[in-house]
Write a protein that binds this ligand. Sequence first.
Ligand code: ARG
Length: 464
Amino acid sequence: MSNKMWGGRFESAPDEIMEEINASIEFDQVMFRQDIAASRAHVAMLSEAGIVTKEDAAAIGAGLDQVLGEIESGKFEFSRALEDIHMNVESRLTEIVGPAAGRLHTARSRNDQVAVDFRLWVRDAVDALDGQLRALQQALAETAASHAATVMPGFTHLQPAQPVTFGHHLLAFVEMLGRDRGRLRDARRRMNECPLGAAALAGTSFPINREMTARALGFDRPTANSLDSVSDRDFALETLSAIAICATHLSRFAEEVVLWTGPFFGFLKLSDKFSTGSSIMPQKRNPDAAELVRGKTGRMIGALSGLLVVMKGLPLAYSKDMQEDKEGVFDAVQTLSLCLAAVTGMVRDMQPDVDAMRAAAGIGFSTATDIADWLVRRLGMPFRQAHHVTGRVVALASSRGVGLDQLTLDELRSIEPRFEVDVLDVLGVEKSVSSRASFGGTAPANVSAQAAKWLDLLSGELPA
Ligand code: ARG
């Protein structure tokens, strides 16, 4: 049997392998709601514009509803011979409505159909991810609020640098996720133009009303160039790029969970709910969820590079290569969604070991900068010189095998005679963090205020 959709020009059916490589129904069936919504909008417009009679339009509309119901209830039989979701829906519609169903495809093509369906799908996905990102920000900000004054080591080069608070560290991720949401919102705003009516590539000779279909589908406006409408997938690339960046943020958080739950750090505990055991080593508690969040980042970044490579050599307008745009996007969206749920679960589950963090905060002469700052503040010493003097203080403590806060005033004065007794005050880790009260700094008062600001902002948004 030759093809129902283009059989006029063809005498025989495709080769088995042609059918297999050509079909996308196995994955693009997830767009059935978008496909049917776009067809409903299209036929309503065709009827309004007098291109299709009211009767045919009503029959097609009712038929589309029936198809939707059949798919939703799992009764629909998808056929690989019908290639993709567009032809599967239209073929079933024809069985239900009869030849009038053939009028639905007036003034459109699968090229603008797939462009509109995919945009609608990605737009929904972006909205769902935004809700999940909001929930994760909320979990992080709540934990930050209760640990605004919990002192822990801050690192650079993964070496002890200066003490910070746990709340401050968590809020760093709230900021990153805020920008991730901004990137998704930007992508959404740019993608929210309707390509329907671009038809195959050149537009159509029928008097269609593209404003009407755009509005019906929740788009801001119709796209302005028919070639661009069916050729570009930059909306998917932008979304994948935002996903890849967000995944990278989650991966860095996950890496810290892996490090911090291990015995060498011992800063965090995950309950049995978020730990796994080993089949051979009875003592093990592994942070598998965190490792998988870190690992899955690879495939999300891969989806972005994959689609960039698909697109880079394509002449305008549509080429079938573009059918390769979907699986990576579907997988990346689903994967990020899973990772966001897992990280939110871990944040709500994790118990910080406040004493271990506090004890580690003083390791590695972490308050050395506070001594240098004292020399600048109290003696008016240029910072570079203060840095040098403090270096000698650190060397002394190191050679004696003690921490900075265990040095006596006399020992400090052997290096700089103008040291006063109040320098001993700046050596404690609590003092150190509370002194960093510059805007954006780690002082507990700042952290509390920032956590409160975020919680207020987040509670003003609709929950996920
Ligand atoms: N399944 C196709 C895709 O995903 C739909 C568009 C087909 N267009 C065409 N001219 N063959 O891209």
